[in-house]
Design a protein around this ligand. Sequence first.
Ligand code: ATP
Ligand code: MG
Length: 145
Amino acid sequence: MPLNSDKTIEGSFQLVGGNFATAGEASGELKRTLTDLGVAEEIIRRAAIATFEAEINVIIYAAAARLLYFIGPSSIRIRIEDMGPGIENIEQAMQEGYSTAPEWVREMGWGAGMGLPNMKKNSDEFNIESVVGEGTTVEMVLNIP
Ligand SMILES: Nc1ncnc2c1ncn2[C@@H]1O[C@H](COP(=O)(O)OP(=O)(O)OP(=O)(O)O)[C@@H](O)[C@H]1O
Ligand SMILES: [Mg+2]
């Protein structure tokens, strides 16, 4: 299934808050699709890390979300639209080490405050928008050279 110049491959997932059992489904499928397409391993690795962190954030913080991905000939676009509490101070949330994860989440090994910074680091373009009381949308683009 080689990447074809005018074709976009799309996928979508419903993510449900609190459902840790489904963590990794979306990032796993994206990883398999990119592997089948012959995308460079380094880019697959970055896309999978960024998508997995987004999945985990939805599971921990939001009620539900839609995760969409679009793979074109020169980029991968991943968009996560959640319904949840939103983020009041995005600048603060983006800081390494900032976390509001409760104790039971920390006991599971999450809550280092590294997810959003890692999503940004692993993307070529990163955008986050949030409305308190409504939800958060994250969009990431990775270029395929
Ligand atoms: N989808 C979201 N909805 C509401 N708040 C969020 C969402 N994603 C992140 N946050 C807020 O931003 C903070 C930082 O998120 P980030 O992913 O960087 O760290 P974390 O989830 O706390 O820990 P880690 O990702 O290292 O396990 C979170 O603790 C939470 O307060
Ligand atoms: Mg996180």
